[in-house]
Design a protein around this ligand. Structure first.
Ligand code: NAD
Length: 305
């Protein structure tokens, strides 16, 4: 094993963030705040400008971006795009020195992550999966929950990077286990959002005040993350602007359902929830926020919404 693949990565090492979207940009800003030298890669000019305004450096050319990097973070829509960025026709992984730590923080499919790790291994590139939970708000304040899969020594190498973005870092086991855990978390979260949305829909159709419904749930056993931080903020207000798209949630739920299928487990509710989200994605406008599931459920139920 080369020295590079055991050395702990600390500021001011160069960390490349690939994908400066709703999550990648605030996460990159946390790394800058912790003293890392942050290089960004994203085709969106506004995202690059926002990174530079905070002290990072945005690159159009991946080869220039990764020059001298100790670690590469991918924060991209899905695992196929991650693989393409690393190993596709224009991928930059083959340019990286052996030992460069690759951290996929996207919510990718665990089986694809395991395959990616096997492809990167002959290049001497260790991969860990470290997806996050907490949304844009917690990406901004650096309090994300991070679930980290992969060899323990590689998770430890990247710990200072992860701790700059998260309040808790949970080693979850071998490569892919973080991504499995993330999909399962989002299944529980999405099921909770559906339950809260349906309760709001039935309750307000019956004549209950929307705010009262949520206040009572939050003081009672029906409380969940959606009743606390989504229902009043994004659903009742009708802003539908949490910063997490419905399409990405649909992707996560299909990963959870596929994982159950891959393990030959017959878990009907996961498939049912994944189906509802896929139907909502087809029915709602492109770019809809995941909290707009309420609008879909209301229309589907024929209620007032
Ligand atoms: P986003 O769509 O806002 O951002 C994705 C970014 O990737 C965009 O800026 C896009 O231009 C860029 N991109 C696409 N292909 C690229 C490439 N080849 N090279 C460089 N940049 C590229 O998505 P997001 O909401 O930031 O989510 C990113 C990941 O994090 C997803 O896997 C998502 O499921 C997960 N996630 C999102 C949230 C949330 O609240 N938004 C929370 C937890 C996890």
């Amino acid at each position: 094993m080369s020295e590079a693949s055991t050395a702990v990565i600390e500021p001011p090492a160069i960390v490349v963030v690939v994908g400066l979207g709703q999550m990648g940009l605030p996460m990159a800003n946390r790394l800058i705040g912790a003293g890392f030298t942050v290089h960004g890669l994203d085709p969106t000019p506004a995202a690059c400008a926002a990174l530079e305004a905070k002290g990072g450096k945005a690159f159009a050319d991946p080869a220039a971006a990764v020059d001298g990097a100790a670690a590469i973070i991918t924060m991209l829509p899905n695992g196929k795009i991650v693989r393409d960025a690393l190993l596709g026709a224009a991928g930059f992984a083959r340019r990286l020195p052996r030992g460069t730590l690759i951290i996929d923080m996207s919510s990718s499919a665990p089986t694809e992550t395991i395959s990616l790790g096997a492809e990167l291994e002959p290049l001497g590139l260790p991969l860990i999966d470290a997806p996050v939970s907490g949304g844009v708000k917690r990406a901004i304040d650096g309090s994300l929950a991070i679930m980290a899969g992969g060899p323990g020594r590689q998770v430890e190498r990247g710990r200072a990077i992860l701790e700059a973005m998260g309040k808790s870092v949970f080693p979850t086991g071998p490569l892919g286990s973080g991504h499995a855990m993330k999909a399962l978390n989002n299944y529980v979260s999405a099921a909770g959002l559906i339950a809260a949305s349906e309760a709001l829909l039935v309750g307000r159709t019956f004549g209950l005040e929307p705010d009262t419904i949520i206040d009572v749930l939050n003081a009672s056993t029906g409380r969940n993350n959606s009743t606390e931080v989504k229902m009043k903020q994004f659903v009742i207000s009708e802003s539908y602007a949490s910063g997490f798209s419905l399409a990405l949630m649909a992707k996560d739920l299909r990963i959870a359902a596929d994982l159950a299928g891959h393990l030959k487990l017959d878990i009907p509710q996961i498939g049912a929830v994944a189906d509802i989200w896929d139907e909502a994605k087809a029915a709602l406008e492109g770019g809809a926020d995941h909290t707009a599931i309420y609008r879909f459920l209301a229309k589907d139920a024929g209620g007032a919404g």
